[in-house]
Design a protein around this ligand. Structure first.
Ligand SMILES: [Zn+2]
Length: 405
């Protein structure tokens, strides 16, 4: 990525930039005042972000449009803006436990083509990277997009990513990737700028930019799958911590005498409320081979055992999240991951424990909702990572005709 202006102010602008792009995409032709109203951003922030997008050739003024009915400049029609989403494309690559998903989108995050394939859980990193390289070529062909129009790729991995090096840390979910400089490897294969982050962070970014957290400045995203992690958006900024490990909620101690966790400690939240832990609890009554999707299905059909373990898991997650709520005072807790599809069967337990364990005022302020992007949150987050980091990269794009002024 192009070297950006550093600092937290800059990071805040990145999410705000996505929200402005989103408003432009949703409405088509829109005034600066209306963008400010829809995003909750100040008019001066909107003006400066729009100026930046104009400089990048992504936003054009349509002053020839007829006066809007709600012009507020004493009869002078507001200048309307439109977004040139066709000025380039971004690629999102999402590795999960046993799937690889690749999507290509225009610059307003509208997906143009998408493919998915199964991956062996024990695959080696270079096998996964090669498969992704192949899938990228296929989705670009599906979308009829020249490689020269791609501004960059974002990659999602379900494990701790050391920032800013992009090296994968210790993870039992993708054991073949530990120690691999994932972003560099992918950059060499694709010959494109590549940014990488973990699944909880990218799903948090996607929900904050396009999903359930669009109006929130401070939110915690809880990813509940075989692993458990939190993505933190604080003051409009994705918070990664000093080396990218912020939000490792799955390894918070909840049961000192509990099962040994893959991290080496005992009784981590993940050993109590992760999908694998629930499958273990249900083995005696439901046999082998339950995964998150099946657990949710059974619970929805009214199966008492699965409803019980989901409610207990929700309570355990809520107890751990209560500490986050007390420390960070978020306005929103978004629950995502495999088990989020259980909805209130899981979320009511989270709410109950927050009510018991968090400060009453902090608990009241934190609304608990399910994510709205489902299992596409990560790939959308990978795309959002490109779009939010690509500031300054657009003038270098090979296409000059579209949006050039
Ligand atoms: Zn652990």
């Amino acid at each position: 990525m192009a070297p950006g202006r550093a600092g937290s102010l800059e990071s805040l602008r990145r999410l705000n930039r996505l929200r402005v792009i989103n408003a432009l995409r949703d409405v088509g032709l829109i005034s600066r005042a209306e963008i400010a109203r829809r995003t909750g951003l100040s008019r001066s922030t909107v003006s400066s972000l729009v100026a930046e997008l104009q400089a990048d050739g992504l936003v054009v003024e349509r002053s020839e449009e007829p006066a809007s009915a709600h012009g507020d400049h004493g009869g002078r029609p507001p200048t309307l803006l439109s977004f040139d989403a066709s000025a380039g494309v971004a690629i999102g690559i999402d590795f999960d436990h046993h799937h690889l998903r690749v999507a290509v989108s225009d610059l307003s995050s509208t997906i143009l083509a998408e493919r998915e394939q199964a991956l062996d859980t024990d695959h080696l990193a270079h096998e996964g990277l090669d498969a992704a390289t192949e899938l990228v070529a296929q989705v670009l062909a599906d979308a009829g997009v020249e490689r020269g129009r791609v501004i960059g790729a974002g990659m999602c991995l379900p494990g701790p990513i050391h920032q800013p090096t992009g090296v994968v840390g210790s993870t039992a979910i993708l054991p073949g990737w530990v120690g691999v400089a994932a972003a560099d490897e992918m950059r060499c294969r694709l010959e494109l700028p590549v940014a990488v982050d973990n699944d909880a962070n990218l799903a948090a970014l996607a929900e904050a930019a396009f999903g359930a957290g669009r109006d929130a400045k401070d939110l915690v995203y809880l990813m509940i799958s075989s692993g458990i992690g939190a993505g933190l958006v604080l003051n409009g900024r994705l918070y990664r911590g000093s080396v990218g490990l912020a939000g490792e909620l799955g390894h918070v101690l909840v049961d000192p005498g509990g099962a040994v966790c893959r991290c080496g400690n005992r009784g981590c939240l993940e050993t109590v409320a992760g999908t694998d832990a629930l499958a273990d609890l249900l083995r005696r009554s439901h046999g082998e081979g339950l995964d998150g999707r099946r657990i949710v299905e059974l619970a929805r059909e009214g199966d008492l055992g699965t409803r019980r373990v989901l409610a207990d898991a929700g309570r355990a997650i809520g107890s751990a999240a209560a500490t986050l709520v007390n420390v960070l005072n978020p306005e929103l807790l978004i629950v995502g991951g495999d088990l989020a599809a259980a909805g209130d069967l899981l979320l009511d337990g989270v709410r109950e424990s927050l009510g018991l364990a968090a400060l009453p005022t902090a608990a009241e302020a934190a609304t608990v909702v399910a994510g709205s992007l489902g299992d596409r949150a990560e790939v959308l987050g990978a795309i959002a990572l490109v779009l939010s980091e690509a500031e300054g990269a657009f003038p270098m794009r090979p296409v000059a005709e579209a949006g050039a002024r």
